[in-house]
Design a protein around this ligand. Structure first.
Ligand SMILES: NC(=O)c1ccc[n+]([C@@H]2O[C@H](COP(=O)([O-])OP(=O)(O)OC[C@H]3O[C@@H](n4cnc5c(N)ncnc54)[C@H](OP(=O)(O)O)[C@@H]3O)[C@@H](O)[C@H]2O)c1
Length: 305
């Protein structure tokens, strides 16, 4: 699979990133086997970048990935591993604790230590702050990043679900460059096109990554606001384009993301081997500007002014 740089770093990532949020399914032995098969398929298909978070499957996703690393000596050096920190679940560590965000130095360092242990690796290629902590001190985060970089535990840093103002705030106090911003981008959620996120990514050489890229195509997106009429209109356009490019609707969605000049990395979350392999079709499509706007128009229900 083709690769591209992540931000202005030396890291090169496969153009499609494999998302590990679903690899333990319902935690059953059967689901774990399916997850391992998905990882093997992704590796064979040329994915070299795997996305995790300390909270995925309550740590079980990282643990499963750690098993795959142990079973495949030499694999670690050939791939990039991203993980995330900063979300704390209700009841952790004390039963009365609320769900919250936590970018305190203590929590960031503790979270990374947990991820490394579960993943059975000495370092993360990229650490992301998962969702903006309303109470974050940019200086404190900068201090935590410096410690992690100096100790060799994390090579590079990024953010997730950050607005441009929050990236600016962090970078004002943090000399280490943010190399990626992982945000939701799909046919339902196009906020990053409108709120300056993708502009800032291009301006500062930050690589955007798209999570839940297929929301609104193969399953209802988070907080779905589409009416039935809108869904029918969008599907009609997807169907037309899928026929034209001789592919499936969801592949068209990936091509739509790949067309953007900010060089978005879509994160592929399916655990079905045939779909993991099929996702690569999106890289071969010569997707036109006209079709990109046709899909936008179908989504919006009106042409651009
Ligand atoms: N930073 C954040 O806040 C954040 C939030 C959410 C996710 N993420 C990351 O983004 C990654 C991708 O998110 P995602 O898993 O939601 O991605 P996705 O690729 O949009 O969705 C994957 C889901 O869609 C289903 N699916 C895929 N193709 C399908 C098709 N053709 N027909 C029917 N169902 C289909 C999959 O089912 P099967 O598995 O059965 O194929 C799976 O349940 C995650 O793994 C995680 O790493 C980050």
């Amino acid at each position: 699979m083709e690769s591209q740089s992540v931000g202005n770093s030396e890291l090169r990532s496969s153009r499609l990133v494999y998302g590990c949020m679903r690899i333990v399914g319902d935690y059953s032995a059967e689901a774990r086997q399916k997850g391992k098969q998905a990882l093997r398929t992704a590796l064979e298909a040329g994915f070299t970048h795997f996305d995790h978070a300390d909270i995925y499957g309550d740590g079980k996703c990282e643990e499963l990935f750690g098993e795959v690393l142990q079973e495949n000596p030499g694999l670690r050096q050939k791939i990039l591993i991203t993980s995330k920190c900063g979300i704390r679940r209700k009841g952790q560590p004390n039963p009365e604790d609320p769900a919250r965000y936590d970018f305190s130095e203590g929590h960031i360092l503790q979270s990374v230590a947990g991820s490394l242990k579960r993943l059975k690796t000495d370092y993360l290629d990229i650490l992301l702050l998962h969702r903006p902590d309303y109470l974050f001190s940019a200086e404190e985060v900068a201090g935590a990043f410096e410690k992690l970089k100096n100790s060799g535990k994390v090579r590079h840093f990024g953010v997730s679900n950050f607005r441009p103002s929050q990236v600016n705030l962090l970078q004002k106090y943090c000399p280490i460059p943010i190399i990626t911003n992982q945000v939701e981008i799909n046919i339902h959620n196009i906020s990053s096109l409108l709120d300056g996120t993708l502009d800032q990514c291009q301006e500062l050489n930050i690589s955007p990554q798209a999570w839940c890229p297929l929301g609104g195509v193969v399953y209802p997106a988070w907080g779905n606001t589409f009416t039935e009429e809108t869904e029918i209109r969008i599907k009609r356009e997807f169907d037309l384009q899928a026929e034209k490019y001789n592919t499936a609707n969801w592949i068209i969605m990936l091509a739509w993301l790949l067309k953007h000049p900010a060089r978005i990395f879509p994160i592929i979350g399916t655990t079905t081997p045939a779909r993991i392999t099929a996702a690569l079709q999106a890289l071969t499509i010569k997707y036109s500007r006209e079709d990109w706007y046709r899909l936008l128009e179908a989504r919006n229900g009106y042409p651009v002014p």
